[in-house]
Design a protein around this ligand. Structure first.
Ligand code: SF4
Ligand code: SF4
Length: 700
């Protein structure tokens, strides 16, 4: 049966949201004081009407009705005075100056914007409470405190849906006043607001909504990241908006987590209000977004760090929320929550335990990795389109495929299907290369796996260099290689800390970090062995030492390094030597065929761009010197990303590995050595004392 009452309320809510959107548009366009005061008057009228109706619904009956009517009429009457006052003041001042009446300009648009924002928030809250009371979802006695009242008002469909409609309509109405890409962002924000899971709490499709809302947020983050790549200089308002939005999304995701796990919606409600404030403050004064160019963000490590940190925190909670919503049977209870109570020592330990294992567990979980893969993989796909070298394109394809297989498909789909009762891979003490040197009493079948893991990865590193691990198999390069993060390689040269790790030489700092990492690996492996064989009993934060070390290295430390790229440079797990897997791969790679070679040393000697060094994400700034002197360059830190190959404007550079070695051997067998060739052939094959190289020189 059609519920006409509910239908009427929906129409009413839609109409109120539409009227508010139109008023916000007027506010954005109001330059004169009378126009601005009329907008405020109309918003105040809405507040008065909603307030009066609320009084009646809280106290139904004649008294409530009379009080409500009084309140509404009094508020409406009072709100008309400022309009007349503004008009009279302007008229009097202009008459005193002997001028014809013309409304004065709004002097303080910031204050006006705040007033509009205040009315919009209050009206939305009133609407949220009012419509819930009208539908009987809320009773006047339901709220025990101001915070509970706020949560009941904000986290309801009667607040969130009209709010989303208001945001979407406002963005549409103001599309001509805002920069075009920004309109898309605002519309996407409206869509994410519409998909707020608490608004769907009474339906059965919450997990679907969580997924869709997560997808929307990922879309927004990708947009922001790509925008940064394409706009290296940002106006202060734009950069402030992006930072604010990412921080609010982090709070929103944390709020969604606390709502889902603990049933506490306060943080989520607070994030919704913050987003409203950010959004409407932006659209009420759209002219600020057209301000001239601002500072290059690549010279603002603090701001860039803020954006990365906010994105990471948001993604961490988003990953946890997706895990819980999509696979509650797998992840329900998987995230630690020791009681943070007791004496100071217990509180500190339990808080550390909860925090550490939450980050490590989520960072290794299916949906976090899938979400990161989607987000960072999209940025890599953008980079792929710009990449010229075929070899590099193939490597990027392999890298994306490896991420999909090793980060999500095998650990989360294939192995659980094959061995439903096996413990998660990250909680088994010995898994070979990625887990360290091997420590527990070794089951023969496991030993074979460990041995094969070393043999295959080691051999591939010998043949093709460290890039097999550090720019294909590992999940890290996918995060580093997308457009925006790759652009952050500029911090390798500008940041004081990253500067200490520049170049191929092993600085004291690099030797120290690598030494600590490798010594820790040996120590935890030995401890784990002694523990597993029953000779001692030792655990770190409740886990086997090697399991803990794996979680620390790849679940916590690596992400810490990632968000500190603005201070420590891109590919900092490689440049700083914090990763034992990379260090072992580098040691094998050093034994093999991998190096960078140039086709003609003379070209490098005359080169003034040094683009190869500028584009190196690992900061190997000394490579041109080696090319000029030896025609080749070897470094344990080089992980074969190939940005230098792509960057060289003369196509003079290539990556040499076992394929070239075989080709050379083969060619030698088929062709006589140079000095045995006929004199005329020798003459044509002589390197020419050529002119200064040009960018248009064809690739051999
Ligand atoms: S150093 Fe370690 S974390 Fe970094 S890319 Fe290499 S294997 Fe991955
Ligand atoms: S490899 Fe290319 S960019 Fe680098 S020094 Fe040589 S010519 Fe210049």
């Amino acid at each position: 049966m059609i519920d006409w009452g509910l239908g009427l309320l929906i129409v009413l809510a839609g109409a109120m949201a539409s009227i508010t959107a139109v008023l916000i548009k007027w506010a954005a366009e109001a330059r004169r004081r009378t126009a601005a005061s009329v907008v405020l008057f109309l918003l105040a009228m809405m507040t008065a009407m909603l307030g009066g109706a609320l009084v009646y619904l809280v106290r139904p009956g004649t008294t409530g009705l009379v009080d409500g009517l009084w309140l509404a009429s009094a508020a409406m009457s009072v709100s008309v005075f400022p309009v007349f006052r503004v008009f009279l003041i302007d008229a009097r001042e202009q008459a005193q100056r002997g001028e014809a009446y013309r409304p004065a300009l709004v002097a303080r648009r910031g204050v006006f914007g705040l007033a509009v924002l205040g009315f919009v928030v209050v009206n939305e809250l009133l609407m949220g409470w009012l419509f819930q009371l009208a539908t009987g979802v809320l009773t006047p006695s339901a709220a025990s405190s101001a915070a509970a009242l706020l949560v009941l008002g904000v986290n309801s469909p009667w607040f969130l849906f009209p709010m989303a409609l208001e945001m979407g309509l406002t963005a549409y109405l103001l599309r001509g006043a805002l920069p075009r890409p920004f309109v898309g962002l605002l519309l996407a924000q409206a869509a994410v607001m519409f998909l707020s899971p608490p608004a769907f709490a009474s339906t059965t499709g919450v997990s679907l909504v969580v997924g869709l809302s997560g997808a929307g947020m990922i879309g927004v983050i990708i947009f922001v990241m790509e925008f940064l790549y394409r706009h290296r200089q940002l106006a202060p308002v734009t950069s402030g908006y992006f930072l604010g939005l990412m921080a609010i999304y982090a709070v929103m995701m944390a709020g969604l987590y606390t709502w889902l796990v603990y049933g506490d919606g306060l943080l989520f409600a607070a994030s919704v209000l913050l987003e409203m404030a950010l959004f409407f403050d932006a659209v009420v004064r759209p002219e600020r977004f057209s301000d001239g160019p601002g500072l290059p963000w690549q010279l603002r490590p603090g701001w860039t760090f803020g954006v990365l940190a906010a994105i990471f925190v948001g993604e961490l909670f988003m990953g946890a929320v997706l895990d819980l919503a999509i696979e509650p049977t797998v992840y329900g209870g998987a995230f630690p929550s020791l009681p943070v109570a007791g004496d100071v020592g217990t509180i500190a330990y339990n808080a550390l335990y909860n925090g550490f294992w939450f980050v490590a567990a989520v960072a290794g979980s299916t949906w976090f990795l899938a979400m990161m893969g989607l987000e960072m993989g999209t940025l890599v796909a953008f980079k792929f389109r710009e990449t010229r070298s075929r070899e590099n394109k193939i490597r990027m394809g392999l890298m994306m495929g490896s991420y999909a297989l090793f980060a999500t498909f095998f650990p989360s789909v294939y192995y659980p299907a094959l061995f439903p009762n096996a413990p998660s891979g990250s909680s088994v003490p010995v898994l070979g290369w990625s887990m360290g040197l091997g420590s527990a009493p070794i089951v023969p079948s496991l030993f074979l796996v460990i041995f094969l893991s070393y043999a295959i990865t080691g051999s591939l590193s010998v043949l093709f260099g460290r890039r097999v691990v550090c720019s294909v198999f590992c999940t890290a390069p996918l995060m580093y290689q997308g457009t925006t993060i790759d652009a952050m390689s500029s911090f390798n040269r500008s940041s004081p800390v990253a500067h200490k790790y520049l170049g191929s030489r092993f600085s004291k700092l690099y030797s120290a970090t690598t030494g600590v990492t490798m010594a820790s690996l040996v120590a935890v492996s030995s401890l784990s062995f002694l523990d597993q064989s029953g000779r001692i009993s030792v655990s770190f934060l409740g886990a086997d030492p090697s399991v803990f070390f794996f979680a620390l290295s790849f679940g916590v430390l690596w992400f810490l390094l990632f968000v500190t790229i603005p201070y420590t440079g891109n590919f900092n797990c490689v440049t700083m030597g914090w990763c034992y897997t990379g260090t072992i791969a580098a040691a094998f790679g050093r034994l093999g065929f991998f190096k960078l070679k140039v086709r003609d040393r003379a070209v490098c000697q005359r080169c003034t761009t040094l683009d190869c060094a500028k584009k190196c994400p690992v900061g190997l700034v000394d490579m041109p010197g080696h090319f000029r002197q030896y025609g080749e360059f070897r470094s344990s830190k080089c992980c074969g990303v190939g940005s230098c190959v792509d960057a060289c404007p003369y196509g003079n550079l290539y990556i040499h590995d076992v394929r070239h070695w075989i080709a050379q051997r083969w060619a030698k067998r088929r062709e006589p050595p140079f000095e045995q060739r006929l004199p005329m052939l020798r003459a044509t094959a002589q390197p020419l004392a050529g002119p200064t190289p040009t960018a248009a020189a064809p690739r051999p």
